[in-house]
Design a protein around this ligand. Structure first.
Ligand SMILES: NC(=O)c1ccc[n+]([C@@H]2O[C@H](COP(=O)([O-])OP(=O)(O)OC[C@H]3O[C@@H](n4cnc5c(N)ncnc54)[C@H](OP(=O)(O)O)[C@@H]3O)[C@@H](O)[C@H]2O)c1
Length: 336
């Protein structure tokens, strides 16, 4: 049976959820792919833990076992991984340590799965080229709306189609907040606190509520799916923190539903991108999204319109999206 060693860089809420799910699925991977997948290392900002035989939950939960300084380059040099899953903070300005982890992995015979968005927002073209040159795999479902299929949709279902328009509700947290405000007619801060308590808000809530998270996903989609070369600062951006209970009451009277929508319009080969608060009628597909559900609508020349909705934000859903990417890698590994 072929062994596949996995390391997780960034061991917070999502990282730990991935570890748990990976362990739970180990028998399934053996049966389905004849692959023995083991988590051999995890690290956070200042320490890490490596066990080449495979970590168990009792080990990774015991912080006293972590070695101080075993992070970043030291961690990657010591952990003998075939795949790294990067789940550190998203840095939209420099790509942060996420960019370092992905670059290092791809240049050192490791496949990579990105869950954080910073590295792809800043440098997706170079990362994709690097993976190609080094014959490694780079997947990033987690960084592009996680449980809502986006990248896969273009790669598989719409392969070869001419894309005319992409728009969607890409941030579960803002959708959750707007839905909660609609339901309770309460203040923005109250609904934000509920989203944070559920663990769906980004560690820095301004990422979500000021539209950065949606702008990041739009940037990654435009550059990877459409071959554009835009920067996140090129995406016109609006947030939702100015929405009040009075706004909500007025909109309800007119049967209008507020949604934070990210869009990419393509006209005469020119790309226009943005994130804006839209008021949609109750019949619109975006109006029906409950809780932290998301939605993508794509208009193509050949296949017409496609709408996919669901993929609610939750740590388990994000972890499952990262392991969906992992499984796509296993399929490839099993074939070769
Ligand atoms: N929450 C969601 O549903 C969701 C969905 C899709 C994508 N994401 C993305 O997933 C990523 C992780 O989210 P989260 O909710 O798990 O955040 P989190 O709980 O804050 O975890 C982040 C982890 O990264 C670690 N870290 C910081 N700097 C590091 C470094 N230089 N090297 C290694 N690890 C480092 C932190 O370590 P310390 O504890 O030592 O600081 C922490 O363990 C974010 O980029 C987020 O945008 C989240």
């Amino acid at each position: 049976m072929k062994r596949v060693n996995v390391a997780i860089c960034g061991f917070g809420r999502i990282g730990q959820q991935i570890a748990e799910l990976l362990l739970n699925r180990s028998t399934y991977y053996k049966q389905k792919y004849q692959i023995d997948a083991r988590l051999v290392g995890v690290c956070n900002s200042s320490s890490g833990l490596i066990d080449q035989e495979g970590l168990r939950a009792a080990e990774w939960l015991d912080k006293s076992k972590y070695k101080v300084g075993l992070t970043e380059q030291q961690f990657l040099e010591q952990v003998q991984a075939d795949v790294i899953i990067e789940t550190g903070p998203s840095d939209y300005v420099t790509g942060g340590k996420g960019l370092f982890y992905l670059n290092y992995a791809l240049t050192h015979n490791m496949n990579a799965i990105a869950v954080s968005k910073g590295a792809l927002v800043v440098d997706s073209k170079n990362l994709i080229n690097l993976a190609h040159q080094r014959h490694q795999k780079l997947f990033f479902s987690g960084a592009t709306a996680a449980a809502l299929p986006t990248i896969d949709l273009f790669e598989y279902n719409l392969a070869g189609c001419q894309i005319l328009e992409i728009e969607g509700v890409f941030t579960g947290t803002t959708n959750f907040i707007l839905n909660d405000m609609l339901q309770h007619e309460c203040a923005f801060a109250e609904s934000l606190a509920k989203a944070q308590a559920k663990g769906i808000a980004e560690p820095d809530s301004s990422f979500d509520v000021d539209g950065w998270d949606t702008a990041a996903k739009i940037t990654i989609l435009a550059n990877t799916v459409l071959g554009a070369d835009i920067k996140i600062k090129d995406v016109l951006r609006q947030g939702i923190s100015h929405v009040t209970a009075d706004h909500i009451r007025d909109w309800k009277k007119e049967n209008l539903i507020p949604r934070l929508v990210g869009f990419i319009h393509i006209e005469n080969q020119q790309i226009q991108t943005g994130v804006e608060l839209r008021l949609v009628p109750t019949t619109h597909p975006f109006a029906h999204l409950q809780g932290s559900n998301k939605c993508i609508r794509v208009l193509t020349q050949e296949m017409g319109e496609l709408v996919v909705s669901g993929g609610a934000s939750a740590p388990l859903a994000t972890a499952a999206a990262a392991l969906k990417d992992f499984e796509l890698m296993l399929k490839h590994t099993a074939k070769n």
